[in-house]
Design a protein around this ligand. Sequence first.
Ligand SMILES: [Fe+2]
Ligand SMILES: [Fe+2]
Length: 167
Amino acid sequence: MGFFSKDIKNMDDLFLHTLRDIYYAEKQIVQALPEMIEKSSDPQLKQGFQSHLRETENHVKRLERVFQLQGQDAKGVECPAIDGIIDEANEVAGEVEDKNVLDAALIAAAQAVEHYEITRYGSLIAWAKQLGRQDCATLLQQNLDEEKAADRKLTAMAESNVNRKAA
Ligand SMILES: [Fe+2]
Ligand SMILES: [Fe+2]
């Protein structure tokens, strides 16, 4: 179901649709991260992916609480955007042999994922506030803060040793 579906009539519908979208995305990320952990070589990167996997599992749980606060069942709606980002990451990673170059590719793919999450959480938080749901906004903000922190760590790694080794 796309953003311009007839089923979205008001801000509550739009909020719920986007909540389902990010819920689906977070679950796909939980599925994708173990492979990224396995493929990465740099110990710092591997450890970063591991800790973000644990955070991501918690993002799913926080979203389930937001569904609960909304009086809705937690369910996802297919999100072609995150599927595309993950597919592309797998495609690129499959073509890279040099492990330092592979690390750089994994960082870039992970940053694309984080930026997707950041944009979704930004919209959801704004809408939750607009709908008078500060309780939901607070939970979503906790996820957003962790996405931003993960993104900053990836940027630092990209700028330091990983990319230098690949050069
Ligand atoms: Fe997340
Ligand atoms: Fe994330």
